[in-house]
Design a protein around this ligand. Structure first.
Ligand SMILES: NC(=O)c1ccc[n+]([C@@H]2O[C@H](COP(=O)([O-])OP(=O)(O)OC[C@H]3O[C@@H](n4cnc5c(N)ncnc54)[C@H](O)[C@@H]3O)[C@@H](O)[C@H]2O)c1
Ligand SMILES: [Zn+2]
Length: 365
């Protein structure tokens, strides 16, 4: 197929390709047919994405001989719930979708997680394909096989591991993605470099503005490498015992901010950006990373327009959000630090050690 590069995710008999190109959306049908052998497709999307891109995907699936059933769920993470799952099961049964069907997720990480969990559970599991349409979904959510929905008690509390048969990325769809969403996705791209690959981090530094403007010449190879990094990490540790932990760089405090803010007003990537800069600072303070690590992170993330300082919430609120074991205030957390740009590591720290008293005096903005 024209101008498409491939990243392979190596997971034994569950291995699959990630195909990345520009303007390739109309070629997805034959790829899905080949990867799944399915005769019908449940195309799951949200209205804003479906309106723009579902027709092209549908046409291509039909050309490849598949019958297409389109299902739309309301936009927003609040939709990623069990009620939507039940609605989708109902609609899929009513449409007569059986084991010869594939679930195709067309959208951001929300659609991917919800559709993936439907695919993992419908008729005890049917094939699944991801067509991610946000930067975050392309480099992060669509890779690794984690699928889940939220419960009122918390995010992603019910889910499964269900690897897709194919991830199909057309970077052209990012043109309609709001700039703020785009930037938030690049936080995860920067994270991939910071934790795993110093040369890649330097490449993102060279081209930050071009990337944010979606210059395909820069964007395709960068997204490809970011996908490859996540794929490498996941291949080494599919079920998260060791190295996969490193992907949580910036997420310990990032999640704490999201939680303390009630998941309002802040995009996930923005919270991760703040958490990552803080991780750089803390790594320097603990004598683990060389001076300048924090500044390099802050300066690159700042060029994407991302926030680089944790908000001034009361320390108590942070410590509360950091506590995993509610009974013990001193239980340790595996906190992700940097040894340097390009190499992350874990250290066991208590919440109070992660965010020592007086932390706010060291904020730079
Ligand atoms: N499974 C994993 O490993 C994993 C990893 C990270 C995040 N996630 C999950 O991913 C979700 C967040 O993903 P997200 O940031 O992609 O959010 P999202 O799916 O909510 O998409 C963000 C917004 O962009 C819109 N949008 C998507 N593509 C568009 C396009 N091409 N043009 C115009 N608008 C578009 C969506 O409609 C939505 O309003 C969360 O539910 C999170 O839990 C999962
Ligand atoms: Zn993340």
């Amino acid at each position: 197929m024209r101008g498409v590069s491939t990243v392979r995710v190596d997971l034994g008999d569950r291995s699959y390709p990630i195909r990345i190109g520009e303007g390739t959306l109309g070629d997805v049908g034959p790829e899905i047919a080949r990867a799944t052998g399915a005769s019908r497709a449940a195309l799951i999307t949200v209205p804003g994405v479906g309106r723009r891109y579902a027709a092209r995907v549908t046409r291509s699936l039909k050309v490849a001989g598949l019958r297409v059933h389109r299902f739309e769920v309301p936009d927003g993470d609040a939709t990623k719930n069990l009620r939507q799952m039940a609605k989708l099961y109902d609609a899929m049964l009513a449409a007569g979708l059986d084991r010869s069907s594939v679930v195709v997720a067309l959208g951001g990480g929300m659609v991917g997680d919800l559709s993936g969990f439907v695919a993992a559970t419908y008729l005890r599991g049917i094939p699944f394909v991801q067509i991610p349409t946000t930067v975050l979904a392309m480099v992060d959510a669509s890779i690794g096989g984690k699928v889940a929905v939220n419960l009122p008690q918390g995010k992603n509390l019910v889910g499964a591991f269900h690897q897709p048969r194919l991830v199909f990325i057309d970077v052209q769809v990012l043109r309609s993605l709001p700039l703020r969403e785009r930037a938030a996705g690049f936080a995860e791209v920067v994270k991939a470099g910071a934790l795993w690959d110093a040369d890649f981090f330097a490449r993102v530094e060279r081209h930050a503005e071009a990337l944010l403007q979606l210059d395909a010449r820069r964007l395709v190879p960068v997204l490809k490498r970011a996908c490859a990094i996540k794929a490498e990490v996941v291949a080494q540790d599919e079920r998260e015992g060791g190295v996969r932990m490193l992907l949580n760089l910036g997420h310990t405090l990032g999640h704490a901010v999201e939680k303390a803010r009630g998941y309002r007003g802040l995009l996930h990537g923005e919270a991760v950006s703040m958490g990552m800069v803080y991780a750089g600072r803390r790594s320097e303070e603990l004598g683990l990373a060389p001076a300048g690590t924090e500044d390099r992170l802050a300066s690159l993330l700042g060029r994407f327009g991302l926030p680089t300082e944790l908000p001034l919430l009361p320390r108590k609120a942070y410590l509360e959000a950091l506590r995993v074991d509610k009974k013990s205030r001193d239980s340790r957390i595996r906190y992700i630090v940097l040894r340097r740009i390009g190499q992350a590591d874990t250290v066991e720290l208590t919440p109070a050690e992660i965010l020592p008293a007086g932390w706010e005096r060291r904020r730079k903005a």
